[in-house]
Design a protein around this ligand. Structure first.
Ligand SMILES: [Fe+2]
Ligand SMILES: [Fe+2]
Length: 198
């Protein structure tokens, strides 16, 4: 049994130990997200240590196959609904959060929620979780591949809710136009963030 971790710096250190065994490409992405989250924390006067700790742990299981994600999620008792069966990749956030809590002993609600919902976002997201969500989506490599994300990156400097709504609208539109299902949390988050702006 791991000791209970409540200090963001200790939590980040535990995540870094875990990440050392993950693929190099994933480690580099996570490092960029940590830097991006730290930058957004500075701009929006958020808790930088909380943001970087959540960023450090957000993709602990991003390298896993669908079959591995489903098996590990069952093992760690992560809820698997129809939306997760349709797209098991969504499980990598909730799984990382459950593993962090149960195996690494992480006891920090904001960090655990930021990790769990970093794919769909969550209507009740803290500002720190929003910063991590956006830093992940506007990883400079992703903006290079999809220049449309530059508008999200620019918006993130001004208003985290506006930027997150913009990102979700883009992604939901793509999913809608290509006949894919929409994750209800992504829709609820977009609505919640939009209401914050009016
Ligand atoms: Fe992820
Ligand atoms: Fe990521």
């Amino acid at each position: 049994m791991s000791p209970t971790l409540t200090d963001p710096e200790e939590i980040r250190a535990a995540f870094e130990v875990e990440m050392a065994s993950r693929p190099g490409k994933l480690q580099k992405h996570v490092n960029r997200v940590e830097r991006g989250a730290s930058r957004l924390a500075a701009i929006h006067e958020l808790d930088r240590e909380v943001c970087t700790a959540a960023a450090a742990g957000h993709d602990l299981f991003r390298h896993c196959s669908d079959a591995e994600l489903l098996a590990l999620s069952r093992h760690y008792r992560v809820t698997i609904g129809r939306d997760e069966e349709d797209a098991p990749i969504i499980l990598h956030g909730p799984l990382a959060s459950a593993y962090s809590r149960d195996v690494l002993g992480v006891d920090h609600e904001i960090i655990l929620d930021a990790i769990a919902f970093h794919t769909t976002a969550h209507p009740e997201f803290s500002a720190e979780a929003l910063a991590v969500f956006l830093a992940d989506k506007i990883d400079p490599r992703k903006v290079q591949r999809d220049p449309g994300l530059a508008a999200v990156a620019a918006a993130a400097e001004q208003d985290l809710h506006a930027a997150a709504a913009l990102f979700l609208e883009r992604r939901l539109s793509v999913q809608l136009n290509s006949g894919q299902t929409l994750h209800p949390l992504a829709v609820a988050s977009r609505n919640a963030f939009l209401r914050r702006l009016t």
